[in-house]
Design a protein around this ligand. Structure first.
Ligand code: S3P
Length: 449
């Protein structure tokens, strides 16, 4: 363990993370567990709240985003135990029973909270809901869920012609539709399926490529009837199911594991065993991409835990090669592109990432932000309209960089800093707490020099 490499300082409402790697001899070693999957954590809280009876969630992510979800559903009548232990209980209030909250619902920084919740709110007749979020979330497009909800009969008002939060929702009895989504988005798909829970009939969502399917799995586990047509990437839900509280064990988040997979790959002499990682195939694009780059990663102890496949991942450092990442794999690694860009800086040759324009409307414009911040460190990286072009093999120098309040950018820059010459200062490092509150502590613990 090497504390002098890492320094975390609070300065005027933000954290500065300073990383000063030694010139030689640094490696990452050890066995670790990562925090619970963010997507599964949100869904377990939401379905627990609208089911009948008690839901027990083990391994819930205790990050800022699930806290926003818990706060919103508490305000609508669900009893959720404090998010201070990895075992959280939810006393469900039953389908259609969300109460009109006495104040604005605040989804914080969380797109998943806002978009999934909108499907539920829009389908609760005779109740008015107001929803907002932080500055980042208030600039993210909501029309992608508002338009299909309006086609179901929803009444929603928002800024910029009903496309931006804050939003007001007058709940209605909705009608089922077949929605052909123009984008592969689990948030859009899940929003429509949740709205479909309260309709008389069958609601179908078809997407152009398969996005993460945690909603489908968990809805079925809670008792909903779903038909899945994998050839056409279509899911159909039947309205008015009986949802019953369940025990959910949340696996570790592969999106958080990705930082260690890349860190151990690029820092010579490293070896890590990352235990209990979710390996649902709608999320394992990162493993496929790193394999194309010739990373040394093996899966051990594969098993299924409450309907989700899980494994331990062993990663050893190895020379990486450039590759092209495009097409149907993109939705399966959408959140890992910033850290993949870091891997590409240390890979021999030119890596091209395409078909990833969605990154421009995440917590930040991730294509612009990762390119500008890594460029400050000397990386050869440029933006494409829908991706990135990265020429590997140029050594990095420490620099002053900024997370731009984006959790995945903060952590990606910290991993890049491990291979830079000299000191890197990352401002806005507190953003990591959105999905990985223990990130800096774990980094300190894994570093040997
Ligand atoms: C998520 C879906 C993805 C992902 C986000 C979490 C989810 O967003 O980027 O971090 O839990 O459904 P999109 O559906 O917008 O692709």
């Amino acid at each position: 363990m090497s504390k002098s490499i890492i320094n975390l300082q609070s300065v005027e409402n933000q954290q500065l993370l300073t990383i000063t790697p030694p010139n030689t001899g640094l490696s990452l070693q050890g066995t670790l567990e990562i925090p619970g999957d963010k997507s599964i954590s949100h869904r377990a809280l939401m379905l627990g709240a609208i089911a009948e009876g008690e839901t027990i969630i083990e391994g819930l992510l205790l990050g800022e985003d699930p806290r926003s979800t818990a706060e919103c559903f508490r305000a609508m009548g669900a009893e959720i135990s404090p998010l201070n232990s990895q075992k959280v209980t939810v006393q469900g209030i039953g389908l259609g029973q969300l109460q009109e909250p006495s104040d604005v619902l605040n989804a914080g920084n969380s797109g998943t909270t806002m978009r999934l919740m909108l499907g539920l709110l829009a389908s609760h007749p005779d109740r008015l809901f107001c929803v907002t979020g932080d500055a980042s979330l208030r600039s993210r497009p909501m029309s992608r869920v508002i338009k299909p909800l309006q086609a179901m009969g929803a009444q929603i008002w928002g800024r910029k012609h009903n496309s931006l939060a804050p939003l007001a929702i007058q709940g209605q009895t909705l009608k089922p539709i077949h929605y052909h989504s123009p984008i592969a988005s689990a948030q859009v798909k899940s929003c429509i399926l949740l709205a479909g829970l309260m309709t008389d009939g069958q609601t179908t969502v078809t997407e152009p490529a398969l996005s993460r399917d945690h909603s489908e799995r968990m809805l079925q586990a809670f008792g909903a009837t779903l038909e899945i047509e994998s050839k056409t990437n279509s899911v159909t839900i039947t309205g008015h199911p009986k949802l019953t509280g369940q025990k959910v064990i949340v696996p570790g988040d592969i999106s958080s594991a990705a930082f260690w997979l890349v860190a151990a790959s690029i820092v010579q002499g490293s070896e890590l065993l990352i235990e209990n990682v979710g390996i649902n195939r709608t999320r394992t694009g990162i493993l496929e991409a790193l394999k194309m780059m010739e990373a040394d990663i093996t899966l051990e102890n594969e098993r299924v835990i409450t309907g989700e496949p899980v494994a331990d991942l062993r990663v050893k450092s190895s020379p990486l090669k450039a590759c092209t990442i495009e097409g149907e794999i993109i939705p399966r690694l959408i959140d890992e592109i910033p850290i993949l860009a870091v891997a590409a800086i240390f890979a021999q040759g030119k890596t091209i990432i395409k078909d990833a324009a969605e990154l421009r409307v995440k917590e930040s414009d991730r294509l612009a932000v990762i390119a500008s911040q890594l460029s400050k460190m000397g990386a050869k990286i440029s933006e494409l309209p829908d991706g990135l072009e990265i020429t590997g093999g140029t050594p990095l120098n420490g620099a002053d960089v900024d997370s731009c309040s984006d959790h995945r950018i903060a952590m990606s820059l910290a991993i890049a800093a491990l291979r830079a010459k000299g000191k890197t200062i990352i401002s806005g490092a507190e953003a990591a707490a959105i999905s990985y509150p223990e990130f800096v502590g774990t980094l300190e613990h894994l570093l040997f020099s």
